[in-house]
Design a protein around this ligand. Structure first.
Ligand code: ZN
Length: 450
């Protein structure tokens, strides 16, 4: 068993039952009859076998009668990591999926996002999206907000209030000719980004951090991209944007940035590819571009629902993994119509199977691999894998307590099944009715406190 060098803080909770997670070596590790202790800081203090109860209780100073025992159809898994989601777009999720990307942005997205200048709108929608994603097991979310600084700060506050781990980005765009009132001047974008970062950091929210967010190359001048690269570097911050999502977009990027060798090179030239960068999509990246991701440590967020819903393209995840580029999954609400990461898992598997239909040589992803991408992979893509992503001593306890046989839930258990089958059923058939409790950094955040 793994353990720290002795209890430094008090044990707050001990759970006993099945734990399922991924490691770097294995996509699926099933830990049956396991004891896991969480300390008062919300960190995993020990993981051991059920048979070691007496020894562990003495060593870590807890009473065996305080252990919470999981039921037969229950298990713990790591919290889901949504590496790409647009919080304001939650207001029209499930609709407006009848256009390709650039027309979709002009027709639906920009007019809706411009309304978030109004803090009442932001309060309402941002509370809904944080609650909905938490209920669906998203313990970590990497959010795009809008260009509005105060509304973006409000999103950070709401995530903190509900206890979600979040990266929050105030969107930057000093180029937008379609919806004229939804853009900033270069100076505004820079100054407001600095104000956003300073004010959000000043709140000292333990789990919420700012992320530098150029919307994408088409909506930013080269000057702004360079300034944002410098701001991220000077403050050692995360960076997020979009890349190589749609063929028409790629063509326009080439026209706007003729001096760059590729779309990836546009960001690289402006110092926006670092080991804390996550780029959404990447459907059409060349092997050369993937090599640049690998070299810089930048990662990709695979958003299959969005890629299919907007007819953007299909990312070959297997090829990305072969290039040893870090990759997580994203819902990309509202280009993706579901805010649930379970949907992202299913669409990732579907996309991989479609690639196999098109080319039988394609090495289809397994559900175990996709489970890892949705948890540990996401934490790596966001460079948060020292804090979350799986069950390791010293990491924060970010976890879902899943009951596949939850009363009134979507899954009928016909017979007693082992943990691997139970997990597969949950990933393919489950929903928030099966997610009976959600923990972030040891704190129970679902069911919501009244
Ligand atoms: Zn997006």
């Amino acid at each position: 068993m793994a353990h720290s060098n002795g209890p430094t803080t008090q044990i707050a909770h001990v759970y006993r039952g099945t734990f399922i997670h991924s490691t770097h070596q294995t996509a699926l590790q099933l830990l049956e009859d396991t004891l896991l202790g969480v300390d008062e800081d919300g960190k995993i203090a020990f993981i051991g076998k059920g048979a070691e109860l007496d020894r562990l209780s003495k060593r870590f100073g807890f009473s065996p009668s305080e252990v919470t025992q999981l039921a037969q159809h229950e298990f713990f898994m790591p919290g889901l990591v949504d590496t790409h989601i647009h919080a304001p777009q939650y207001s029209y999720t499930g609709t407006a999926l009848d256009m390709p990307l650039l027309q979709w942005l002009n027709t639906y997205t920009f007019p809706v996002e411009s309304c978030f200048k109004d803090l009442e709108v932001a309060q309402r929608v941002y509370s809904q999206v944080v609650k909905r994603t938490l209920r669906n097991g998203t313990t970590t979310a990497c959010y795009f907000a809008t260009i509005h600084t105060d509304a973006s700060l409000l999103l950070g506050k709401i995530a903190n209030d509900f206890g979600q781990r979040a990266l929050v980005g105030k969107v930057c765009m000093d180029r937008n000719n379609s919806v004229k009132h939804y853009k900033e001047t270069n100076q505004e974008s820079q100054e407001e980004t600095c104000r956003f970062i300073a004010e959000l950091l000043n709140k000292k929210y333990p789990l919420v951090r700012p992320v530098v967010t150029p919307r994408f190359a088409l909506s930013c001048t080269g000057a702004l991209l360079g300034q944002l690269g410098a701001i991220a570097k000077n403050n050692n911050l995360h960076i997020q944007s979009h890349i190589s999502e749609n063929v028409e977009e790629i063509k326009l990027v080439k026209e706007l940035f003729p001096e760059s060798k590729s779309y990836t090179d546009v960001y690289h030239k402006h110092n926006l590819l670092t080991d804390k960068t996550v780029m959404a999509h990447g459907c059409y990246l060349s092997d050369e571009e993937l090599a640049l991701f690998r070299e810089t440590g930048a990662s990709l967020s695979h958003c299959p629902n969005s890629n299919i819903s907007l007819c953007s393209g299909m990312l070959d995840v297997r090829n990305v993994l072969k290039h040893k580029v870090k990759l997580g999954l994203g819902t990309d609400v509202a280009g993706g119509y579901s805010a649930s990461m379970l949907d992202a898992v299913r669409r990732t598997l579907d996309t991989s199977k479609i690639l196999t239909i098109q080319n039988p040589e394609h090495d289809t992803l397994t559900f175990e691999e996709v489970f890892r991408l949705a948890t540990l992979g996401g934490s790596q893509a966001l460079s948060l894998d020292d804090q979350t992503g799986n069950f390791e001593v010293g990491k924060d306890f970010d976890a879902l307590r899943v009951n596949v046989a939850a009363p009134g839930g979507p899954i009928d258990m016909v017979q007693c099944e082992g943990p691997k089958i139970i997990l597969e059923k949950f990933l393919n058939l489950g929903d928030d009715r099966n997610i009976v409790e959600v923990f972030v950094a040891g704190r129970k955040v679902v069911p919501f406190a009244e």
